[in-house]
Design a protein around this ligand. Structure first.
Ligand code: GRF
Length: 201
């Protein structure tokens, strides 16, 4: 299956997918990596790996729907079977979500702590267990059907960065496992089985 990965920063989750996709048996081809801002480490990593990249800078736009439409247009050039939002810090509108199946990874156990500061919010709340969620995207913020979750305990001396690093280590594995499984086996949603029926191309 063909996958377009969207990122906003470091791209360590995207890099884990690229690494896994080197094995043809994984069944995923990363057709392109896109970002909402220029100069990210993730885009550099993708370029170094020889993967096509594109940037649709959010800050160059005055309205969200034009940005979403341009992003959808760039994505469509790569004809993905699945869009993976992996550390993409913008809300995708119907222009994208209505067109492609899309999954997102979030550093908390949804529906707890949605939004851009999930790790900070979990620490501030004093929870003892947090984690990470991979879910299908709908048009809400960190909403949509849950695919998988993994719990991560909060240590007494955690700060936002130590906790986020531990979550990210777990998150990368969960993303690799689940994107691979979805691409190889498809999924059932609203009683309908979605399957790509082909291997990586
Ligand atoms: C991940 O924790 C993701 O869940 C969150 O942002 C982080 C992205 O990390 N939305 P990276 O860019 O994949 O390294």
């Amino acid at each position: 299956a063909r996958v377009v990965v969207l990122i906003s920063g470091t791209g360590s989750n995207m890099a884990a997918l690229l690494e896994a996709a080197r094995d043809p048996a994984y069944g995923v081809r990363v057709a392109a990596v896109g970002a909402d801002r220029r100069g990210t480490r993730g885009i550099e990593l993708a370029e170094a790996a020889g993967v096509p990249t594109f940037v649709v800078p959010f800050r160059d736009y005055t309205d969200r729907s034009t940005w979403n439409a341009d992003l959808a247009e760039r994505i469509s050039e790569y004809a993905p079977d699945l869009v993976v939002s992996a550390g993409f810090m913008r809300i995708l509108g119907p222009e994208v979500v209505g067109k492609y199946p899309a999954v997102n990874i979030h550093p908390a156990l949804l529906p707890s702590f949605p939004g851009a500061h999930a790790v900070r919010d979990a620490l501030a709340h004093g929870v003892r267990i947090t984690g990470t969620t991979i879910h299908f995207l709908d048009e809400g913020v960190d909403s949509g059907p849950v695919i998988a979750q993994t719990a991560v305990p909060v240590e007494d001396d955690d700060d936002e960065s130590s906790l986020h690093e531990r979550i990210k280590a777990v998150e990368r594995q969960m993303l690799v496992d689940n994107v691979g499984r979805l691409c190889r086996e498809g999924w059932t949603i609203d009683g309908r089985h979605v399957r790509f029926g082909r291997t990586a191309r």
